[in-house]
Design a protein around this ligand. Structure first.
Ligand SMILES: Cc1ncc(COP(=O)(O)O)c(C=O)c1O
Length: 467
């Protein structure tokens, strides 16, 4: 195991920076213990960081405020909402209103370039194709707005008990919801997911967008009738502004990307969807067949919720890897620094500058960090060039239409397999990443709805990165 902050032997693994790439000195803000922060993290270099706080899953459960019963409750509610979703969104009808994505295999040349000589399996959980929004944030966002709609309708006497939820898509509900505003802060994809479902049901919707948010995501939201408030500052500032505006408005409901339990549970249910697909495909996950899941991480809700769900299903046979841009490794930093207080990537001299807009987050969710501190097996950081490269390669050879954030899991597979041979990995679950019996799942988190010109730009950046 590499201890955080330990100076690494340059060249001991392809994932570690060379000595001359190391920073002259960590620019740590006050209150940090520099020994806890990996130097490569502050240097903005790609790294594999095994989480020293990871414990056997069963040791975590007693300490956490949520459990399997909460995931079960969310899964049941998703099922109850399916009829309504099928009615409101025709593209979900083929799957009877279930919002899920395919589990795809990776063409052999791509698998080989990630896994080398290893015979491990590499699959793609294709949330970039998720119906309705084409991104993972729908799993939490649609779920939370439906919960809100159900509660408001019940309070207004429009539904009672298990009555037909189709009422939520009717005129009476629409006029009720029109008196309420759903407010959210977002780098783009959560805002879009909230905007789609909120506007479909007739809510007013206000989305506070960070400076990183792409123009096309704002345009798309406005077309839905959502109000877009642009902030010159980063994601955390946009969320803070949204939170305080919502607090001052009694008719407003704030979807809190940093602290929301419903979002977290909405995402957690996705682990069950994956497990059902693996079982249907006859792919074993057990002590002899570890499952490595590579999850792009922004503020942490989506990957944290899925990690929480996977560990409840598979325990330690699921190895959960959070993947972040080198300039925005907020969850890696938070877990490395410890959980007594929130820290930001600016505090260690990083700029939070990345083209991966969905992952451009300087400060992780403390709620999620606390939930997953003992569950995450490792964090991996990747540079923007590799995101563009894999956007390009997976399109050319696999037909996956990804936005750069969504490609983060691919370079994570090869980084982890390279790391698995490192002596510091010996004895940990990470050492098994290159075994033939391992299955890697790359969670591709968005991109299907990318406009053509944006996608073309990403492809040409990828081609350049490869040249
Ligand atoms: C495409 C994409 N992938 C991954 C994420 C990460 O999700 P979270 O911010 O919940 O960690 C986001 C967040 O917006 C995203 O847009």
């Amino acid at each position: 195991m590499i201890e955080p902050g330990a100076r690494r032997d340059a060249g001991s693994s392809a994932n570690f920076p060379k000595e001359d790439q190391m920073p002259k000195g960590l620019k740590l803000g006050s209150g940090f213990d520099p020994d806890r922060i990996p130097e490569a993290l502050a240097a903005g270099c790609p790294l594999v960081w095994p989480n020293p706080g990871r414990r056997p899953a069963t040791a975590s459960w007693g300490d956490l405020s949520l459990g399997d019963g909460d995931i079960e409750g969310a899964a049941l509610r998703w099922r109850r909402y399916a009829g309504l979703l099928a009615h409101a969104f025709p593209e979900t009808r083929a799957a009877s209103g279930k919002i899920d994505s395919p589990l795809a295999s990776l063409p052999e040349p791509l698998r080989r370039s990630l896994a080398g000589d290893s015979g491990c399996r590499v699959l793609v959980k294709a949330d970039h194709m998720l119906p309705v929004t084409g991104c993972i944030k729908a799993r939490g966002g649609i779920y939370e707005v439906l919960l809100l709609a159900e509660r408001l309708a019940a309070e207004a006497g429009l539904i009672a008990g298990d009555s037909d939820l189709m009422v939520l898509d009717g005129d009476a509900a629409r006029s009720l919801f029109g008196r309420h505003t759903v407010i959210v802060g977002s780098t783009g994809n959560l805002g879009f997911s909230i905007g789609v479902i909120a506007r479909t049901l007739g809510f007013r919707c206000e989305v506070h967008m960070s400076a990183d948010a792409k123009e096309w995501k704002k345009t798309r939201l406005r077309a839905l009738g959502a109000r877009v408030v642009e902030h010159a500052a980063d994601y955390s500032a946009a969320v803070a502004a949204a939170r305080s505006i919502a607090a001052a408005d009694r008719q407003a409901y704030f979807v809190d990307d940093e602290e929301s339990v419903p979002l977290f549970l909405g995402y957690a249910v996705a682990a069950r969807d994956l497990a059902a697909q693996l079982a249907a495909a006859g792919i074993a996950v057990d002590a002899d067949h570890p499952l490595f899941v590579h999850l792009p991480c922004g503020v942490g809700g989506a990957p944290g919720g899925i990690t929480f769900g996977l560990k409840h299903i598979y325990g330690d046979d699921a190895v959960c890897i959070l993947v972040e841009p080198v300039e925005s490794p907020c969850m890696t930093l938070q877990l490395a620094a410890g959980l007594d207080r929130s820290v930001s990537v600016y505090d260690i001299g990083l700029g939070n500058r990345t083209e991966a807009d969905g992952l451009a987050v300087a400060r992780a969710s403390m709620f999620v960090a606390r939930m997953v501190a003992g569950l995450v097996d490792a964090c991996v950081t990747v540079d923007d060039a590799s995101l563009f490269e894999w956007t390009y390669r997976t399109w050319g050879q696999g037909g996956f239409r990804l936005e750069p954030s969504a490609a983060a899991g691919f370079p994570s597979v090869s980084a982890l397999i390279a790391y698995s041979a490192d002596p510091t990995a010996a004895g940990t679950a990470l050492a098994r990443a290159g075994e033939d019996s391992a299955t890697h799942v790359v969670w591709t988190t968005g991109g299907q709805l990318l406009p053509d010109d944006e996608f073309e730009k990403a492809l040409s950046r990828g081609k350049e990165a490869l040249a």
